[in-house]
Design a protein around this ligand. Structure first.
Ligand code: 2IT
Length: 445
């Protein structure tokens, strides 16, 4: 494989799909050397095949808002690769959603899912629908209209969607209800379901919890613990709150959260009461954080700024792709950051990653750190197939085991000659090798 040649060809085929091209380049650069030691990969054109989705569905989603006005959104499902198992990956509802973003997410999902050790292929979907400020009834009508199209393409053994940004337990409930009505069957076709209709304990907090289990491993590898460490978190959505809660439980002090309006610095650190307050605020379809600073004395709101300017030991981007750029990375490194772990997918820009690696700062990519979310979705699928529910301890133990195994894979494939662990390379190679081998064994299809 020649990465530059392959990328030139892809840029020609998919002009302007910058997030997708960014995600592909990162993986190909990481695996190039190992790939070229496997002539069977080249013979089977694994690289050329793996970078193209198997298929992409786009559809119109018309719905009626509370004022009686007709609204039209676009829906998508990108079925990227099912060499390891049924297509699996979340749905994102956000105004920024486009094909490039969903293709990058679907591509990353292939390798993330491979790392979980569970039999899941990679997919992603969503819509440019913006949930901010919408009423519950509007969200329900939108989810129903979305599923009216999507249901034809998914199934418990075919493609199993879940949540992502803008899609949490409530949306999954509305989507599932509509699927069940249309398909005339009650199967585990979505994950992240409510506990009354087939959901798994721990799934709501699994992405954040799993991320902290992973960070704990990273620190232990260097003889450190979370106890007393300061942590900067961005966002406060489906994944940030779980990370904040578990980090706090393990003795770390989470001093920032953020939203589209700016960030809050709270030197006293988050606690259960503050986290619950933010969850209540979010339940009203609001993703701002400024009210936190009004409610809790001693904290300050910084409008329009990102939390990476605060001096902390650990930085956890938990919001969205490319939210931490080169300037942010330089600030963190200058302030002596010890560990950066992406909880969001592709949270750091390529320039930021280069800065962390060049300065030998511990850095781990989203596809390893946040894999606990989809891993627990996989456990939900297992429970649905067995038609039973595991107790909390069983799910949490398995989540621990999976995160430890992902950490082990990163060490195995990512340890450099000087002892620095390149988690990005490790995660990319470990995930890629599994999918590539599976594709070779299954022939050209
Ligand atoms: O990015 C992700 O891994 C998710 N949004 C979760 C996907 C899933 O199927 O649980």
């Amino acid at each position: 494989m020649n990465v530059d040649q392959l990328m030139t060809e892809l840029e020609r085929k998919h002009p302007g799909e910058k997030e997708y091209l960014q995600a592909v380049r990162e993986v190909l650069v990481s695996v190039e050397e190992v790939y070229n030691r496997h002539p069977e990969f080249e013979a089977m054109k694994i690289a050329e095949r793996i970078v193209e989705p198997d298929r992409v569905f786009t559809f119109k989603v018309p719905w009626v808002d509370d004022r009686g006005q007709v609204q039209v959104n676009i829906g998508y499902r990108v079925q990227f690769n099912n060499a390891l198992g049924p297509y699996k990956g979340g749905l994102r509802f956000h105004a920024s959603v486009n094909l490039s973003i969903l293709k990058f997410l679907g591509f990353e999902q292939i390798f993330k899912n491979a790392l979980t050790t569970l039999p899941m292929g990679g997919a992603k979907g969503g819509s440019d629908f913006n949930p901010r400020g919408k009423s519950d009834a509007e969200i329900m009508r939108f989810c129903q209209a979305f599923m009216l199209e999507l249901w034809r393409y998914i199934g418990p053994e075919t493609d199993v969607p879940a949540g992502d940004i803008g899609v949490g337990g409530r949306e999954i409930g509305y989507l599932y209800g509509m699927y069940r009505k249309l398909a005339h069957e009650n199967t585990g076709v979505l994950t992240g379901k409510g506990m009354t209709y087939g959901g798994s304990l721990v799934r709501p907090e699994a992405t954040g919890f799993g991320a902290i289990y992973f960070v704990k491993q990273m620190l232990e590898d260097k003889g450190e613990t979370l106890e007393g460490k300061t942590v900067a978190i961005s966002g406060f959505g489906n994944v940030a709150w779980g990370a904040a809660l578990k980090a706090t439980e393990l003795g770390a002090k989470v001093v920032t959260i953020s939203g589209p309006d700016g960030y809050v610095y709270d030197p006293a650190g988050l606690n259960r009461e503050k986290i619950d307050y933010m969850l209540e605020l979010r339940a009203s379809n609001n993703d701002v954080v400024a009210p936190y600073a009004e409610r809790f004395a001693g904290s300050t709101f910084y409008a329009g700024r990102k939390p990476w300017e605060v001096k902390v030991d650990i930085a956890l981007p938990c919001a969205t792709q490319n939210e931490l750029d080169g300037d942010d990375a330089r600030k963190l490194v200058d302030n002596g950051v010890f560990c950066v772990a992406e909880v969001s997918n592709m949270g750091c820009t390529p320039e930021a990653i280069d800065i962390f690696i060049a300065s030998r700062t511990m850095y781990a990519p989203g596809k390893a750190v946040n894999a606990g979310g989809v891993a627990t979705s996989g456990l939900e699928m297992t429970q649905n197939a067995m038609k039973l529910n595991w107790p909390r301890e069983e799910v949490d133990d398995r989540l621990h085991q999976i995160m430890n195994s992902i950490h082990g894979a990163c060490l195995e494939y990512g340890t450099e000659p000087d002892g620095y662990v390149n988690y990005m390379k490790g995660a990319n190679i470990a995930g890629f090798m599994k999918v590539a081998r599976s594709m070779v064994e299954q022939g050209v299809i």
